[in-house]
Design a protein around this ligand. Structure first.
Ligand code: AMP
Length: 544
């Protein structure tokens, strides 16, 4: 072990030298003191600084200011940061610097980034292309849903940066197509999500295949004990760098809760009305169940909304296309599961709608963090039926306060009003059913209106906005295929690759349908648009 430590020190010196940074430099891990730093103070070379300028970045984010110097010195780091903080650049920039000298040998990549989902892996690859444009580094992306032969060809040419999901990497390794003996830098990104998805055994298996002398960076939004165990076992004296993006995101997000009586059909109708009453630029609608993602997308589309689905059962190319269209503004509403949307970098999202209250409270924070980014104003509205109550409890406990209720009367007039703490009356037995009164009319979807608003964050709990709407009253044409299995979300107890990698392996489509008693049965319609089902569960105004 001593020899390993000695080797390690030499590696650190070597890396520090490479990065033009004295190994003895004492760095401050306090974001307060680093927030005023400039990129050219971090030890990055000119070609990288130029790429950063070309990307339009003026100064490093706190996680970048903290992590980059440590990584350039060859230190291991544990980054407690979530997406939206600029964490991707905090490891890609120093990696490009570190890898800028040396050459990769065939099938022996020099660095490895593990990502929990294909989309995240692809996003990191995009970052490398942007920041590495002035360097000649080869990159390969090993993700499911892409042909093995193309990936093998790249590996054979020699790869400096390998970005992979754990399952696909192990597949390649077991086929003898990739050797991991030359990995000098390992990044495990979104470690807590790896845990959620049951990938930790695979991650550990991969780490054991790597040389002991290497640099390791691990990023995680939270630090559950299993991740702590990983950092203790496989990292050498890591520096902890932490930024808390959650609080700042939440400050700019107006949250609201709409309680809905009934089940899936009533929720879909309530969601339509909610969307119609908002000035949605673009939004993600989160569902807990993969099947609900598909059903809701069909339902919204049939009602004239510009919506598309994103879930783990879709083919990779389809997911990428959908995502690109959403980013480009060609799709207004992205209906997604937590895992499919995890970490996706979609700027300027005006709204997040939680079609279901997430089953794990911290997912609520992740979800609403998709809007109100970078100081911009955002809106996160959550629908809840009785079956959501138990999850709502834990979300509100995590938030430390109730989500302000949306005023249902106002909503019917096309007005969203979130009731402030002072105005809110306590719900009897915590079961207020707000969205049950007859509306004056059903509103037409408005597409792509992006009028900027100037509400301040201070108005977060009392804001009011009025929208003009046209009338529409189409009935729902979709079949309720809701399933009790959470969307893309295997339980923590499930281990190994079989769980999911955002791939079709993850979902058992043969699972018997099960419904809660509260869910209404809304079946597909005949050609005349007549609905079959238990109408008594559906208030009249919601069935229009
Ligand atoms: P990430 O947390 O890595 O997903 O990054 C979130 C977003 O911040 C991405 O769109 C990046 O392009 C952007 N970004 C990263 N670093 C900076 C920076 N220093 N200044 C401005 N934007 C940045």
């Amino acid at each position: 072990m001593q020899a390993v430590a000695q080797d390690r020190m030499e590696t650190l010196d070597f890396l520090a030298h490479q990065a033009h940074f004295p190994a003895s430099t004492d760095l401050c891990a306090n974001s307060q003191q680093t927030s005023n730093m400039k990129f050219d103070e971090l030890g990055l070379s000119d070609p990288l600084l130029k790429a950063i300028t070309d990307a339009g970045y003026e100064s490093p984010t706190p996680i970048q200011a903290e992590a980059i110097p440590h990584l350039l010195m060859g230190r291991d780091i544990v980054g407690i940061a979530q997406t939206g903080t600029g964490k991707t650049a905090s490891f890609t920039l120093p990696m490009i610097e570190i890898l800028s000298t040396g050459r990769a040998r065939a099938r022996m990549p020099r660095s490895l980034i593990l990502e929990p989902t294909r989309e995240l892996a692809a996003q990191v690859a995009e970052n490398f292309a942007t920041y590495g444009k002035n360097h000649k580094l080869n990159m390969a992306l090993l993700i499911g849903g892409v042909s093995f032969s193309d990936q093998e060809e790249k590996l054979n040419r020699g790869v400096d940066v390998l970005i992979a999901t754990p399952g696909r990497l192990i597949d390649h390794f077991e086929r003898g197509k990739v050797l991991l003996a030359d990995i000098k830098v390992l990044v495990v990104d979104e470690a807590d999500r790896m845990l959620d998805m049951g990938f930790i055994p695979d991650v550990e298996k991969i780490i054991k295949l790597l040389p002991q002398i290497r640099q390791t960076a691990m990023f995680s939004a939270t630090m559950p004990s299993e991740i702590k165990r990983l950092t203790d076992s496989y990292m050498m004296n890591p520096r902890n760098v932490q930024v808390d993006a959650v609080a700042s995101a939440a400050e700019t997000v107006t949250q609201g809760l709409l309680r809905v009586s009934g089940g899936f059909a009533e929720k879909r109708a309530a969601l339509r009305r909610l969307i119609n009453a908002c000035e949605v630029g673009n939004a993600i609608v989160f569902c807990n169940r993969k099947r609900d993602v598909a059903t809701l997308e069909k339902s919204l589309t049939s009602h004239g909304f510009n919506a598309a689905a994103l879930h783990g059962d879709m083919h990779q190319s389809e997911r990428m296309k959908t995502l690109a269209k959403f980013r480009d503004g060609d799709i207004q509403l992205l209906i997604a599961s937590d895992v499919a949307a995890r970490g996706l970098d979609i700027p300027n999202m005006s709204h997040v709608f939680n079609f279901d209250v997430p089953m794990q409270a911290d997912d609520y924070i992740h979800r609403i963090g998709r809007t109100g980014r970078a100081g911009k104003e955002g809106h996160a509205f959550t629908l809840a039926t009785r079956t959501d109550e138990k999850f709502l409890d834990s979300v509100e406990r995590l938030l430390g306060r109730p989500i302000p209720p949306i005023d249902a009367e106002g909503l019917q007039k096309g007005t969203i009003k979130v009731i402030s703490k002072d105005e809110a009356k306590p719900a009897p037995d915590g079961q207020a059913e707000q969205d049950t009164t007859e509306p004056t009319e059903e509103k037409a979807p408005r597409r792509r209106r992006r009028s900027p608003r100037s509400k301040s964050a201070d108005n977060a709990s009392t804001s009011e906005e009025t929208v003009s709407v046209e009338a529409v009253s189409e009935a729902d044409q979709t079949k309720d295929t809701s399933d009790d299995k959470p969307a893309d979300r295997p339980s923590r107890s499930r281990g190994g690759r079989k769980a999911s990698e955002g791939s079709s392996r993850s979902e058992s489509s043969s699972r018997p349908r099960s419904r809660s008693q509260n869910d209404s049965v809304e079946e597909i319609k005949d050609g005349n648009g007549k609905a079959f089902g238990k109408e008594e569960y559906t208030p009249a105004f919601l069935r229009r």
